[in-house]
Write a protein of this length. Sequence first.
Length: 148
Amino acid sequence: MKPEPTAVSTPAVPAPFVCRPMTPADASTMSSLFFESFNAPFFRYAWPPTESGRKWWVEAWSIGYKDDTCRTFIVFDSSIKTEHEPEGKPVAFTRWVIPQQDGNLDRAWPALLEEWDEELMGAFFGGMQRNRAELMGRRPHWSKLHSS
């Protein structure tokens, strides 16, 4: 069951920033934020900001939202509110994968787009998986913030 989307400010998320669990309505915003944030030449080549690429990221965030082992959060700057952004300007997001007893970290992703470089995608995503396996093995790596 997904946590309720309650915004919080804590020492880990200082004001004016607020963090809350993503909702399905946030997928489009997160897709736009991805392209705004990851704009170096490598990312523009790997994931060009095309309409099909934006839809792919919306689908990726939506799949993760439905996965009970994923926790996805979005952060807003509450000092920059508008009529269209009443919570504030979206400035960041994160996804955590809850460790499973069997060490499984497999994630569902949408099918890669034909316009993307398949070899690069394999190296990028496969490289992350290899690095995680090399560094952590099957040990869970998860941190919980505790309130005092």
